[in-house]
Design a protein around this ligand. Sequence first.
Ligand SMILES: Nc1ncnc2c1ncn2[C@@H]1O[C@H](COP(=O)(O)OP(=O)(O)OP(=O)(O)O)[C@@H](O)[C@H]1O
Length: 435
Amino acid sequence: MYRTTHTDSRPHTSSLGDDAPELLGDDSTVRTDGTSSGDSLPVARRTGPEALAARPGADSLPPNTFGATTPPADGRGVARAHPDEPGELRSRPDGIPVRTETPGPHSDPRTIGTEVPPDLSIECPLGCEHPVPHSATRLSPVQRETFSDNDSSGGDPLAAAAGVGTATETAQAPAIRLRGARLAYGTRTVWQGLDLDVAPGEFIAVLGPNGSGKTSLLRMLLGQVAPSAGAVEIAGMPARLGNPHIGYVPQQKSFESGVQLRGVDLVGLGVDGHRWGFGLRDRKRRRRLVAAAVEQVGAAHYADSPLDAMSGGEQQRLRVAQALVGDPRVLLCDEPLLSLDLANQRLVAQLIDHRRRIHGTAVLFVTHEINPILPLVDRVLYLVDGRFRIGTPDEVMTSEVLSELYGTEVDVLRVRDRLVVVGTGDSFDAIGGHA
Ligand SMILES: Nc1ncnc2c1ncn2[C@@H]1O[C@H](COP(=O)(O)OP(=O)(O)OP(=O)(O)O)[C@@H](O)[C@H]1O
């Protein structure tokens, strides 16, 4: 008898250990040719820029909460200087906005007097109105595609204008890079031989049953767990504790009663990061950033309350604000939608999606429920009992692949825009969502 599987039960199969055959080798890691596996999932998926631009279902999401607008057809946006930046944006005779020569604290000296790219009407999620993305080296695939009309240097005019190298160089520098990574606790290997490159702006869903090592992967990237073998780099450096370029949304745990922390204090920790002692100017900036981040997650009306007086969903929105407020290059999310109602799930997913689109922040999103984020996902990393598979949802979320990973028969069905995973035993996890 078939049944929908969204229980938390663990697979019956045991860990394969060091000598386990790799179900998947290097060739399973990154397919960028845009082909679909041609199996039961009818929607063809593409990777890379096309995937972000033409993602099925993405249009069905409501307008984002930041009021991002589409650049005008002539490719020119409305230039607005950042309030902190004394340098002004002016039009050249040909109508192209340029910066004047006075740099501000936000400005990149390489962009002064240079052409400003055409997405200027897109607002920063943190409330500032950067005339360029926070870092020219962090263009998402969407941004690279947006700017490609003005291409004068290898497909990435912004990078060229900023003097930071060609699009090929910047686009190919991965936000996360694992080579032959192995996770073991004591003598027990959880997974091994993991190769993964995550591009700036890419959205990767990490799926798998309980105990398959999803959270541990995030902990490895955070520097909390050392790889037992292989190399792990994130945001351009080996994984280590205290990397300021990482935003982290931890697994939901309610704050204990008696925690004397307000919502704004929690978000403020994301700004403070690794610095101590603030001047007046920093304090003002901190206040502004915190207020903007709180506003963006729709928490302004309750963020001054103590955390222990908030619902789980209210707390979770503030955790997302805390993760984003530090302007991360990589966002690691551990089941961030847990305990949120549908409206809040959508809000949080949009916040994260907007972040990666506008700022090129790479996203690794651990979840048991792919459906709420299915339209946003570029690739899936699916871990099961020491085995794994990486590819687009169409490549991985198939009856064949999941049956192979789980070592038993699994059916993957598409019901409207949702995936439903149906199995024949108890050894499955919540992966397909509720039909
Ligand atoms: N510090 C530790 N010491 C020893 N074993 C650990 C440690 N942390 C995790 N494990 C084990 O490693 C395995 C992977 O744990 P992990 O939390 O990464 O799995 P997960 O896929 O995130 O699970 P879940 O879906 O339940 O959150 C589990 O069997 C867990 O018991």
